[in-house]
Design a protein around this ligand. Structure first.
Ligand code: SAH
Length: 471
């Protein structure tokens, strides 16, 4: 079992001060279930990598265990435990990097508080729930996730993939936060804890989950799996998590990724054309109250504010960081009272039915649906069209057919790393028409951006009208 953490912060060897581990030395630690070794395969000013090798003693694991395993005595000896990232690794992380986990550093106190670029590699991780679940755990925290699936048997390809992955995570984080994410989420992926879970596990979860777990979209599964499905503990933890204050998110990653998509689409200034088209559709609907679902950094909100037709404007997003940027950009703190009363920002997720989203004339959902995995898309459909149920819903999403026009975009790649899908016009229209039918809306389609006679436009828009006619 191997965990490596690399940074390109300069000087990268400062990682040694943060971890309280000298890059020039190899150290070994005795743990209850084996040994942990720490060393640096690479330590230069530009890049530094620390490795934690966990050497679990498989025979030691079995000794001292009372009673037979439910799945037969052989499984005690023949199992994956010595070789995979599991709760053993979490214990090793907290034993070996315990000081770093407190977020303090004797020699580099400011650096320990700073967000630094990190790359984590974990070989191998058992993922109950597969790659999709892995992504649902780490992506909301602002990591770019790489998952290399391992075949069940190299020599028998038809057996397909195993539940094991080599995982890479890239993100800008405080080291202490990164370690806390790993500490909590590795056993959650594995879903099999090696020790008895008691009351103090709730405290551990809340302590290491501080600042991120309460707002994590998967907090319920995380809590359930972390506490080994012990109902009373889970209820306790969930109740306490929801009363915690909403903490700040510290990921810069979404901004980076948006910048990437921005660069790609800049030559035709698609972003502005898109927002202008959406604004036109909202205006044309006669709406005076609008909710912008997945408002991001608030570009559409700005345009809505500048138009007196709109008297009640609300932006909602799951990313706390995006909302903070929106507050800054819109200068909400310095806005005159009259103006200020027209607008509100909400922190929330489109995955959950939310009373606050009801009662609007119109909703905008601009470049959001492609960020949702298919099962979550189904939740969004009900949240928007069944529960929020505004008279008008304006949805935009990339037109995948147009991607070949972007020379800098490799074939088969999406425009944005976080996109779960990009649809052709036919796929989008098929989806939209079935939604309209299901929820009693009519829908019309319009291109956004320059129209290619064969490929269509770079963005596609659907305007849904409650009870309206198609066309
Ligand atoms: N509408 C904005 C932002 C588009 S980027 C614009 O056009 O500029 C997609 C946005 O959707 C991001 O801000 C992301 O945080 C948000 N998002 C993704 N999943 C979400 C969810 N489940 N609930 C609410 N917002 C979500």
């Amino acid at each position: 079992m191997l965990l490596t953490i690399s940074t390109t912060h300069s000087p990268a060897t400062d990682l040694g001060y943060l971890l309280y581990k000298n890059p020039a030395r190899t150290q070994s630690f005795d743990l209850a279930f084996g040994q942990a070794h720490v060393f640096y395969p690479l330590a230069s000013t530009e890049r530094c990598t620390v490795a934690l090798v966990l050497d679990v003693d498989p025979v030691g694991l079995v000794r001292g265990r009372r009673g037979p395993e439910s799945d037969g005595p052989l499984s005690q000896y023949v199992n994956d435990r010595p070789y995979v990232a599991s709760s053993f690794l979490s214990v090793a992380i907290s034993d070996v990097f315990g000081s770093a986990m407190t977020g303090r550093s004797k020699d580099r106190p400011e650096l320990a508080q700073q967000v630094l670029p990190f790359e984590v590699r974990l070989a191998v991780v058992p993922c109950k729930g597969g790659e999709a679940f892995l992504r649902r755990l780490f992506e909301p925290l602002g990591y770019t996730v790489g998952a290399e699936s391992q075949p069940l048997d190299l020599t028998v390809p038809e057996w397909g993939a195993s539940r094991y992955f080599v995982v890479t995570l890239n993100g800008e984080k405080r080291l202490a936060d990164l370690l806390a994410h790993l500490y909590v989420l590795i056993p959650v992926l594995d879903d099999e804890k090696h020790y008895w879970v008691g009351d103090d596990e709730v405290e551990k979860l809340l302590r290491h989950g501080e600042g991120w777990l309460a707002t994590h979209p998967e907090k319920d599964v995380i809590t359930r799996r972390y506490l080994k499905h012990q109902r009373s503990l889970v209820l306790d933890a969930v109740a306490r998590l929801t009363t915690e204050e909403t903490p700040d998110e510290e990921d810069a990653a979404p901004a980076v990724r948006d910048a990437e998509e921005g660069t790609l689409e800049r030559p035709i200034n698609l972003n502005e054309q898109r927002l202008a088209t959406v604004l036109g559709a909202l205006r044309g609907s006669g709406a005076t109250s609008v909710v912008d679902l997945g408002c991001g950094e608030g570009r559409l909100l700005r345009m809505l504010l500048d138009d007196r037709q709109f008297t009640r404007i609300v932006g909602m997003d799951v990313s706390h960081r995006a909302l903070e940027i929106a507050v800054d950009r819109l200068m909400l703190d310095r806005m005159p009272a009259m103006q200020r009363e027209r607008i509100a920002l909400l922190h929330g997720s489109l995955m959950y039915r939310d009373q606050r989203l009801a009662g609007f004339d119109a909703a905008a959902v601009v470049e959001v649906i492609e960020h949702l995995d298919p099962p979550r898309l189904a939740a969004f459909e009900r949240v928007a069209f069944e529960f929020a149920r505004p008279r008008t819903v304006v949805v935009t999403t990339p037109n995948a057919e147009y991607n070949v026009k972007w020379e800098t975009l490799p074939a088969g790649r999406f425009r944005h790393r976080d996109h779960r899908f990009e649809w052709t016009r036919e796929q989008f229209q098929h989806w939209a028409t079935s939604i309209a039918e299901r929820f009693g809306y009519g829908v019309r389609f319009a291109p956004v951006g320059p129209v290619d006679p064969v490929l269509g436009s770079p963005t596609q828009m659907g305007v849904f009208t409650l009870g309206g006619q198609d066309g």
